[in-house]
Design a protein around this ligand. Sequence first.
Ligand SMILES: NC(=O)c1ccc[n+]([C@@H]2O[C@H](COP(=O)([O-])OP(=O)(O)OC[C@H]3O[C@@H](n4cnc5c(N)ncnc54)[C@H](O)[C@@H]3O)[C@@H](O)[C@H]2O)c1
Length: 333
Amino acid sequence: MTKILITGGAGSVGFHLSLHLLKTYGPDTELVLVDNLQRGAMDDDLKKLLEDPRVRFLNLDLTDQSSYKEFGNGYDHVYHLAAVNGTKYFYQMPHETSRINLLTLIYILEWFRTENPQGKICFTSSNEAYAGGLNAFGILAIPTPENVPLVIEDPFNPRWSYAATKLMGEVLMIHYAAMYNLRALIVRPHNFYGPRAGYDHVIPEFSLRILDRVDPFPIYGADDTRTFCYIEDAVRAMQMLMDSTKTDGQPIEVVHIGDTEEIMIRDLAEKMFTVAEWKPQTTEIKDSPHGSVKRRLADVTKLKNLVGWKPEVTLDEGLKKTFEWYREHPKKF
Ligand SMILES: NC(=O)c1ccc[n+]([C@@H]2O[C@H](COP(=O)([O-])OP(=O)(O)OC[C@H]3O[C@@H](n4cnc5c(N)ncnc54)[C@H](O)[C@@H]3O)[C@@H](O)[C@H]2O)c1
């Protein structure tokens, strides 16, 4: 029997991770998903997942410390994904982003060390935790390994409120794990994408604009480059890392998860026009949002060396699957 807890289980990563874990661990799995539905939605996909008798859903606000007693204990693995995520929230409510992300992590660590210390816990940090180094110092190793300095470029810019919680989150994880001898892991996702991944990220936004036949077609930060990791590849990496005893020691491991196929945003748009079999007459090149970084490429050597992971879904295949999902789910939840 494998017993797993996923906080933020209704969100994009939590949902796909759940599907993957149920498939991988088979019938003898108990999966508890916790979410307050701040962003993740009780949509048809999630309702279908919850029909599986191995899955239980707890609608709890994890900033309320009394809610943690609902979890019980005896979990082999805990994936702490719950967080305010999504750039628009960082700008709209940087104070709440800071409060919620830090409180939920502190409370889950307190619950974990007291109620579930035999298990193993995974925290999803973010590439945002180091991304500020490029603008602040004009240099960042490309591809970027895990051991670069973590940098908040400008605490007055609300954009960095989220990154600051990930930076501080890593500090909390490292020192809780060391002080209480916990098995723990930090992963830094780099632009996961796929079906059911919200509506306010570049690939969903392009999908919706294409479906709405928006022409002229705006492209923000056209010359910025990113990599995009298909969600099934990404959650497989998370599970492989959690299953490996190589990530059980002290100090805990910080591991980048991402694809290595770097692409300019304007070329991503072109790929999506091809997938969608529609192209606007005109594209409108717009500036990147303030604070956005020009280039981001993770070094995933450590991930490959630790567990032998490699991506299996090409960008073309992933974009096709993703666009199809958005074609069928064109409206916001
Ligand atoms: N998807 C990516 O590419 C990416 C990149 C970098 C970091 N991450 C991190 O990975 C994790 C998962 O990301 P995601 O894309 O699934 O985000 P998401 O927003 O889809 O999921 C997060 C979930 O947490 C829930 N949540 C928020 N506050 C809560 C609270 N107080 N109590 C209970 N639940 C709460 C939300 O309702 C949401 O369903 C997050 O921690 C995110 O910061 C993701």
